[in-house]
Design a protein around this ligand. Structure first.
Ligand code: SAM
Length: 480
């Protein structure tokens, strides 16, 4: 196969030969200081007439940095990642929660407890009434943004069921609560089904590649529709053709060699840019975890926290305009480290079992994976603020039509500070009024007062100040 980022065939845009060649080139140049310096230089943010811009890196350039183990250079990578993160994402961290709809699944994914042959996991699918109850529980914590998750089962979880659930989620209005953005993480599907998801008002369509290594992929997904590597890998193209221009990539680290996955992930991003003119909206970096019937130690390619942090930093450097997501698979300690290096979205107070939010105690029998960070949303919000971040419940962009290249344009022209920043403050103010504990509210009010000064445009700052006051008086849902 010949490598071709514009091709619509997975074997060509994720060409194995190109990845092997990239890994060889990276290994050969891992101590080539002149080249490493030139790559770091290329990636640095530059102030231009249009605002701060970043060139990003190709998969080859980024792979050289990943292979480089020279301690001073690695520290430089970390510093650069922090700088880029500050330039484009400021100190905001967007918060969301997963909502598991159904764990019925016909696939045989060997790392996932929902695999078809697992007979000791109770199978469950939420009714619309149960969806409503889960959403009320999530709203009562303060969530405004969800990622819905389901196993693949055309009979038990057809697209009509998923659409019905989305409709239910958006229609629940409990006290001052509302879910304003539903992202969707369901199996690869058809252009027509993506079109219907778009019409239902979804935010991002997320699908993890699991592994870009085709041979391993086929072994790790021995049975079921997910076995089809090309259909799975080309899913984002069909999503784009169906009108969804915010798509989220990810690999499940631990399944294959991380250097291979890293190159594949960036090649996938380059493909979307080459074929559709817009890169991925987000990249997720899940690591494999213990779960029912799953022992992560049987997978040979687990990565330690240090390599994990380096991967996060290099994703930030290579694709500066792509959001990065980290879930509660990671501990508080790991999250602290990688948030600094480039993560822009985190989940909080997650329950990864079907129907988990309405149970008094965290249920573990239908969990998709062990949750490392088990804190409440109030604790997560307070923790972020104590570290100097602004927890954001903002969902404005897609509601204002700022998706795909329109979002990227906003990001690239630095207008994010006049838009995302005030939106973060206003949605945080809502959280403080409706859901926060006393101490969280005190810290939050102080933070909002200070951060209001960091809105560059006078007019925007004035409107934001007014809106914050209106929120204190009981009004809701303002946005720029
Ligand atoms: N069924 C959908 C599909 O086929 O893509 C996606 C939903 S699945 C609920 C979400 C993701 O959880 C999977 O894509 C996989 O990467 C991840 N996952 C599965 N088993 C896991 C495990 N043991 N530890 C951590 N993450 C896991």
């Amino acid at each position: 196969m010949a490598y071709n980022p514009k091709s619509m065939c997975a074997d060509e845009f994720i060409d194995d030969g190109e990845i092997q060649e990239t890994l060889r080139y990276a290994e050969e140049n891992k101590n080539n200081v002149a080249l490493i310096d030139a790559i770091l230089e290329k990636a640095r943010p530059r102030v231009t007439e249009k605002g701060t811009v970043c060139a990003g890196l190709t998969h080859r350039e980024a792979s050289v940095l990943l292979s480089c183990e020279i301690p001073e250079k690695v520290q430089e990578m970390y510093r650069l990642a922090e700088e880029i993160k500050k330039a484009f994402y400021g100190n905001r961290i967007v918060i969301f929660a997963p909502l598991y709809l159904s764990n019925y699944c016909v696939n045989g994914c060997v790392y996932c407890p929902y695999h078809k042959k697992n007979t000791h996991i109770p199978r469950k699918k939420l009714t619309q009434q149960e969806v409503e109850q889960e959403v009320i529980a999530l709203q009562d914590m303060g969530h405004k943004r969800l990622a819905i998750e389901a196993g693949e089962d055309p009979v038990m979880n057809p697209i009509d069921y998923i659409l019905e659930c989305i409709h239910t989620i958006y229609s629940v209005k409990h006290k001052n609560g509302a879910i304003r953005r539903v992202n969707v993480n369901i199996a690869a599907t058809t252009v027509e089904n993506y079109r219907r998801l778009k019409e239902a008002g979804i935010g991002t369509y997320v699908l993890f590649q699991e592994t870009y290594h085709k041979e391993s992929y086929l072994k790790l997904h021995p049975t079921g529709p997910k076995h089809d590597y090309n259909y799975h890998t080309e899913a984002m193209d069909r999503a784009m053709q169906g009108g969804i221009d915010d798509v989220g990539l990810g690999v499940l680290f631990g399944l294959e060699l991380y250097k291979y996955e890293f190159a594949g992930l960036l090649m996938h991003a380059e493909h979307l840019e080459a074929a559709f003119g817009v890169g991925p909206h987000t990249i997720s970096v899940p690591r494999i975890k213990r779960a029912d019937d799953i022992d992560p130690n049987v997978f040979d390619n687990g990565i330690n926290d240090e390599i994990f942090a380096k991967i996060c930093a290099l994703i930030r450097i290579a694709v500066p305009y792509t959001g990065m997501i980290i879930s509660t698979r990671e501990s508080q300690q790991v999250r602290e480290k990688v948030i600094r290096l480039g993560v822009s979205q985190i989940s909080g107070a997650s329950r990864t079992s079907v129907g988990g939010y309405t149970e008094k105690e965290r249920p573990t029998d239908t969990e998709q994976f062990d949750v490392s960070d088990q804190r409440t949303l109030d604790e997560v919000v307070r923790w972020l603020m104590e570290m100097g971040y602004i927890p954001s419940f903002c969902t404005a962009c897609y509601r204002e039509g700022r998706t795909g290249d329109r979002f990227m344009a906003l990001c690239k022209t630095g207008q994010i500070q006049n838009c995302c920043h005030p939106n973060a403050l206003m949605t945080l103010q809502e959280f403080l009024m409706d859901y926060a504990g006393e101490e969280t509210r005190r810290i939050g009010e102080e933070l909002i007062r200070a951060e209001l000064q960091n809105i560059p445009r006078d007019k925007v700052r004035e409107v934001c100040r007014d809106n914050l006051e209106k929120i204190r008086q009981g009004l809701r849902d303002f946005r720029f």
